[in-house]
Write a protein that binds this ligand. Structure first.
Ligand code: NAD
Length: 237
């Protein structure tokens, strides 16, 4: 199918990063499920909620530090380098596709990026180490160093609008591809999970690589229930 395809869309979820040591969202014992999410509106209006969100962020952040791309990330980077996969649409926030060699414009981040912070007013990027230094010193998150606005991890939180440009780019790629390749997603988080179904309806072939079944398996042209590293190491150039 890869050889036949003209344009391949890549689509990844948290499962591609478990072999990098970052737990996925839904597998048993997930640290992500320990706390009830803090909705975006609460984060905006309540300084206590913001402090708690940042405290959790720095606890979880220790999971990312030092994480290296898995064979899955490297396999996707090889597919992009081959010229037939213009970009990888990802639900992940860990930046590991970029670490594996993809350029910023070759990764479409639907849920943002958790490796830095952004000002909610002026959009200025702030490094996490800087935020953490001030947070630990003052027991409170700092304000934006440019405009004094609220700083938030550059991820999309529960209740926050999806980012327009990545959504547009993902829609475009999904519409033009003739093969849509999913790896490591339970395909239950919407609107992200709508992309593979849309690709299929639009005439593309759909391939799903995941260790357990997903709701779209019956619609797929091929499902591979296996470890991502095992499957994608075959594509590493
Ligand atoms: P999910 O946790 O719902 O699903 C991951 C799927 O991958 C599961 O079905 C699991 O069985 C499978 N899987 C795990 N490791 C695998 C492996 N080595 N080989 C094959 N399959 C494997 O993840 P999702 O669908 O991406 O949705 C979760 C949400 O949580 C997303 O919105 C994402 O932003 C966020 N999240 C991101 C990260 C990250 O950036 N690494 C980590 C956790 C959660």
């Amino acid at each position: 199918m890869l050889q036949d395809a003209r344009i391949v869309a890549g689509f990844t979820g948290a499962g591609i990063s478990t072999e990098s040591g970052i737990p996925d969202f839904r597998s048993p014992g997930s640290p992500w499920m320990r706390n009830k999410p803090i909705p975006f509106q609460l984060f905006l209006r309540d300084p206590k909620a913001r402090r708690e969100a940042w405290r959790r962020k720095f606890t979880m952040d220790d999971l990312y530090r030092g994480a290296r791309p898995s064979a899955g990330h490297v396999g996707f980077a090889s597919l992009v380098a081959s010229g037939r996969m213009p970009a990888v649409i990802t639900q992940n926030i860990d930046g590991l596709h970029q670490e594996a060699g993809l350029a910023e414009d070759q990764v479409i981040e639907l849920h943002g990026n958790g490796t830095f912070a952004k000002c909610l007013s002026c959009g200025r990027r702030h490094e996490l180490d800087w935020v953490r230094y001030h947070f630990e010193r003052d027991d409170d998150p700092p304000e934006c160093m440019v405009c004094g606005g609220i700083l938030k991890s550059a991820t999309i939180s529960f209740g926050q609008a999806m980012p327009e440009e990545p959504m547009r780019r993902a829609q475009r790629l999904t519409a033009v591809c003739d093969l849509f390749l999913v790896a490591g997603s339970s395909l239950v988080v919407f609107p992200a999970a709508a992309f593979p179904a849309f690709a299929k309806e639009n005439g593309a072939r759909l391939v799903i690589v995941n260790r357990e079944p997903t709701p779209l398996d019956t619609a797929a042209d091929l499902t591979i229930h296996a470890e991502i590293g095992e499957v994608f190491s075959k594509f590493i150039a």
